[in-house]
Design a binder for this molecule. Sequence first.
Ligand code: TXA
Ligand code: MG
Length: 341
Amino acid sequence: MKTEILSARADLPEMKYRSAIAEAVDTLKKNLPAALPSETVYGLAANALHPQAVAKIFEAKERPLSDPLIVHVADFVTMKRLVSEQLPEELSNLIQRLATAFWPGPLTFILPRSGEVPDLVTAGQDTVAIRCPAHPVFQDVLKTCGFPLAAPSANRFGRISPTSAAAVYVELQGRIPLVLDGGDCERGVESTIIFPRRIAANAPEISLQILRHGPITAEALSAFAPIFTSSKKGDLPTAPGSLASHYAPRTPFHLLGKSPIPAHWQNCGLLAWDKKFLSLRNFVAVEYLSPGLDLCEAAVNLYRAMRLLDDLHLDGICAEPLPEIGIGCAIMDRLRRASHV
Ligand code: TXA
Ligand code: MG
């Protein structure tokens, strides 16, 4: 299959932009997948209500069918048909307040699902993941096609998420018909995923369990409800996206700080933050996540820098740890998963 990259950048003449959106919508209406830019990472989208369309996502990514997908909606109202009609009032009020604060944006809710969502999307679970993306291209496609879009990150399973159209092309070339190029992603890491639930049957209120750290930080969410983070097996829903080894380059990866660099690594690259480890070795390639030590900028650069170092065929890539505050939690989570063997 030939993969077309079509520009849908903001600086295009209106006619050209509209025709790019129309081509993506046309592709999606034919139940084929199309890669779309979002503010977090590029997504591989297909009609969430059509099992055959959704199946093509799994096929292109080589993703196991046991790993459920996030459904993207144009607005809060569209979300309603995807979630159970019997949400307790406390839960629906909390979701409403969070959506008002953070949607459109990089926050995904795990909620009891309605019968409209195909089993393939949720991997047969009784919950569905939903988010309303902020990127204007994703929004325009959603509004024009009129159905919700299931969209995981547009990479092959287990690999680094793409933050540019070129990176999508490298990942999925020949497997999908279309990539819309909306420029580089503004946030650089995947959405924050929260599971609002009572952490014990007799708990006085609903907590927000953070299943994946992302751009909407625990600090920001804590203004709405108590935060619960736990990676203990029994505390997690059975969604395998929380697999330890994920977001991984092909090159062996080592998070600096706790243990020494493996002795047999001769040619090492460094993903640098504050240069504390720079003199440890003669690193053959160094990528700086943010020279001015800005965590948001580090998030934007993270996957691009990981891909760059991964392409150099080094013996290993080392990464300096970042402070676990704000979006630093999301970055450290991805570095830990990349270094998990
Ligand atoms: O920013 C993002 O969230 C991007 C853009 C494209 O929206 N999407 C994304 O999708 O990162 P994906 O499939 O790469 O990651 C979604 C994660 C997976 O780890 C999956 O297991 C988890 O969400 N997930 C999906 N449905 C779930 C559910 N019902 N319960 C728990 N986890 C779920
Ligand atoms: Mg992914």
